[in-house]
Structure formats: structure tokens, C-alpha cells
Design a protein around this ligand. Structure first.
Ligand code: HGY
Ligand code: MN
Ligand code: MN
Ligand code: MN
Length: 405
């Protein structure tokens, strides 16, 4: 099955007919359809399909128990109204690259695996990279059991409903020990390759980033009868904090976004009792990130005090810088240079990835494919098919260099 036909088959799953964006949240019907598609691709190629204790899917060529496997892949879940490429491009390209290698008649000297990491975006349960964090031992079973979605459904319950044993959830060191190298191909979430005029690039690092929840608690009251001087309106310090986030980020050369907010009771004619805002902040350096978040929190506290509103700030996740393995990165540059010429782009990124999580434990690298719009986490995310095919060839070259003779 060609890249194009795989892509065409997966494309409609979980796609909105209105926006063209995707809603493929972990352990939902759309996720189940993506998983069925993955299993079908594995079986159609005679690969051994397995689902691990954390719900990650694996397709093996050769016996992983032999160890030192080369694994590639990414994720199939999405953010709300996400683009078509973030995640799926890495999984479809993995199957297409394996097909390409088999077409070249290479002899595999190591087991080769293709992985679909579950719940990378964290769109439903609020934590990104759940599947890879559990595999890497960066999330305990107890922490995973505490994750719940907006309807109060816990991660274990959602997984159980999808046929998994919730008591099996937890770190998977044996599986990790079998992997000698992980290479994730991903659509670039930015325009660097477009500006450099290259279809494919290599990642150097994932910058530090994190998620914080700001709870502003005020006093619910009537919007029409409560004098302004009598109000304790949490929406005001929240609004001041959103502006402070932009100011602090600009000052530090970082990025900060309040992309999600929940208001209670959320009535047009009711002054809110609670405004809950989620901050996503990222910077090229941990100290800069800490300074930015500190400045935002300071502004939030000042605003809350000024309006007689209480404030709680909860750090929901914080992912330190992920430097990819230098030797593996240089291997990728050398392999790509053979095909693409000497100046293979090497790029840092502010986007989190499963590869970033795993890089703390095993040799890991990433390939990026050009995105002409540079837009991601939106239906406007794009990649030309020729560039996708260049990515497949590059991934096949890398896998051949690592796992074949
Ligand atoms: O949020 C991120 O950077 C990733 O897409 N999960
Ligand atoms: Mn993403
Ligand atoms: Mn992604
Ligand atoms: Mn990822």
C-alpha cells in the first residue's frame, strides 16, 4: 500500500466536515479507528502487532526480544481541531519507509519496530506524551490513575472501556531496554525548512516547556444589579494575566499562551465565581522559562489581590530541555547529506514530542518535513506530498543506515 493510499485511508478519521480539523482524543471512537488502521497496516505487512501495558501500539519486523531494535513512529491522536500531519505523518511514513526498504532488498541486521504512542497531545486528560512518559518511567502508575478528563472520566476507566487492563498501566523498562535507537519523523511546526528551501531537516533539541493552571476564585453575583465597587470578579485578574503573559514572553524572547479557559458558572448575566486558565509557556533555556513563568505568576497575584480574588497556581507538567543524541543526530545528517547535499538543516523546536521524552533514556533523533504554512495544531497545518515522499526516502535511508547491511 503506497504512502498516498495509506494517507487517503487515514485522512477522514475524526475529521470535522465543518473546519476540516481533527478531533482524535485518546481512548475515543476516533482513536479506536486510528488504532484499527495501525493494526491493519501491521498485519498487511506480516509484522507482529502488539499493544503494550500502556496502550501504545507496536508493529515488529524481527523479534524485539533480540534487543537493540531500531524503532520509528509517532502518534495518531490530535489536539482539538488539529491538523492532519502532526503525528500521523510520522506513523504513515514509518510504514512507507519499511515498504521502501523491503523494495530495496536490504538485509535487516536488527529488529525494526513501528510505534503509535498513545495520547501524545494530552488533549483529553491534560498531560502530553502519556504513552511515552509511562514507557520511559517519567509517569508513575499512580500519577496516571489520577488523570481525568473534563467529564470526570479517569484515564484507567477510559482505557478499560477500550479493553485494557487498568492495573497493568505503569513504567515499561523491559520494553525500553530492547530499543537501541528511536527516530521520529514529524511535520515541522514552523517555517524554518520553508525559509531554508529544504524538504527535510534534523532536530537538535526540544526546548523546555510546561503547563500551569491559574485558578482565580471570586464571588458569583448578578451582572445587572451588583455595583462595580462591590464586585470580586475573577475575569479581571485573569484578563490582566493573559496580557502579562504576552509582555513577559516578549521581554524574554520566549512564548506563552493561555489557550484554554473554563468559567463557572459561565452565564452571560452572572459574574463568575471561578475563572480557570491554562498557561503553556516555552523557552530555549530553563532559566528563561522559570523567569517568564515567575513574572506571569507575580502579575497574576497582584491582579488577584487588587480585585479581592483568590488565586491558586498549579504546575501541571514541566518538560526539561531534550537534547537529542549527538552521535545519532550526526548519523542522520551524514546519511541525509548523501542524498540532499552538505547543508542539511539542524533545527531546535518548541514543540514537545514523544522523541523528546524518550531522549532522556535511549538514543533518539528526529526528522522534520517541510510545512509551507508553518502552522500546526490547526486545520491549516500543511505539507506537500512531494515533501512527504522526500521524508519517507530520508527515513528509509536512515533506517537502512541503522538497521541494515
Ligand atoms: O504540545 C506540544 O508541543 C506537542 O504537540 N504535544
Ligand atoms: Mn502536537
Ligand atoms: Mn506531534
Ligand atoms: Mn510528538
Amino acid at each position: 500500500m503506497s504512502f498516498h493510499s495509506m494517507w487517503t485511508e487515514l485522512l477522514p478519521v475524526g475529521r470535522s466536515s465543518v473546519s476540516g480539523g481533527y478531533r482524535r482524543f485518546a481512548w475515543t471512537a476516533a482513536d479506536a479507528e486510528c488504532r484499527a488502521w495501525f493494526e491493519e497496516q501491521a498485519r498487511a505487512r506480516g509484522l507482529t502487532h502488539e499493544v503494550d501495558r500502556n496502550g501504545n501500539q507496536w508493529a515488529w519486523l524481527g523479534d524485539p526480544a533480540a534487543g537493540d531494535a531500531v524503532v520509528t513512529g509517532s502518534h495518531l491522536d490530535s489536539v482539538p481541531d488539529g491538523g492532519a500531519f502532526d503525528g500521523p505523518l510520522g506513523v504513515v511514513s514509518a510504514f512507507a519507509a519499511l515498504d521502501e526498504l523491503r523494495g530495496r532488498g536490504v538485509r535487516f541486521t536488527r529488529p525494526v519496530g513501528i510505534v503509535n504512542f498513545g495520547d501524545e497531545e494530552g488533549a483529553r486528560f491534560g498531560l502530553a506524551c502519556v504513552g511515552s512518559r509511562l514507557t520511559a518511567g517519567q509517569l508513575t502508575a499512580e500519577q496516571a490513575h489520577r488523570l481525568t478528563d473534563g467529564d470526570g472520566i479517569s484515564l484507567p476507566r477510559a482505557m478499560e472501556a477500550a479493553g485494557h487492563d487498568p492495573e497493568a498501566i505503569g513504567p515499561d523498562p523491559e520494553r525500553l531496554a530492547r530499543i537501541g535507537a528511536f527516530v521520529e519523523l514529524h511535520v515541522e511546526q514552523g517555517r524554518a525548512l520553508d525559509e531554508l528551501g529544504h524538504a527535510v531537516g534534523v532536530a537538535s533539541a526540544v526546548w523546555p516547556h510546561g503547563r500551569w493552571r491559574f485558578d482565580f476564585r471570586g464571588e458569583a453575583n448578578h451582572a445587572g444589579t451588583t455595583r462595580l465597587t462591590d464586585r470580586h470578579d475573577p475575569m479581571l485578574p485573569y484578563a490582566e494575566t493573559v496580557l502579562a503573559a504576552r509582555r513577559e514572553a516578549e521581554r524574554a524572547g520566549a512564548v506563552a499562551t493561555f489557550g484554554k479557559v473554563a468559567v463557572e458558572p459561565n452565564g452571560v448575566n452572572a459574574i463568575p465565581s471561578l475563572v480557570r486558565g491554562w498557561l503553556d509557556a516555552r523557552a530555549t533555556d530553563q532559566d528563561v522559562l522559570d523567569t517568564v513563568v515567575g513574572g506571569i505568576e507575580q502579575a497574576a497575584r497582584k491582579g488577584a489581590d487588587g480585585h479581592g480574588v483568590a488565586l491558586d497556581v498549579v504546575r501541571e507538567s514541566c518538560t526539561p530541555v531534550a537534547e537529542f543524541d549527538h552521535a545519532l543526530r550526526d548519523d542522520l545528517v551524514r546519511i541525509l547529506a548523501r542524498g540532499d547535499g552538505p547543508d542539511v538543516p539542524v533545527l531546535g523546536t518548541g514543540a514537545g514530542h514523544d522523541a523528546g521524552i524518550l531522549s532522556a533514556r535511549i538514543p533518539t533523533a528526529m526528522l522534520f518535513v517541510r510545512n509551507p504554512t508553518g502552522v500546526s495544531h490547526s486545520p491549516a497545518e500543511s505539507a506537500d506530498e512531494d515533501d512527504c515522499l522526500a521524508g519517507v526516502r530520508a527515513l528509509a535511508d536512515v533506517l537502512e543506515g541503522l538497521a541494515c547491511r
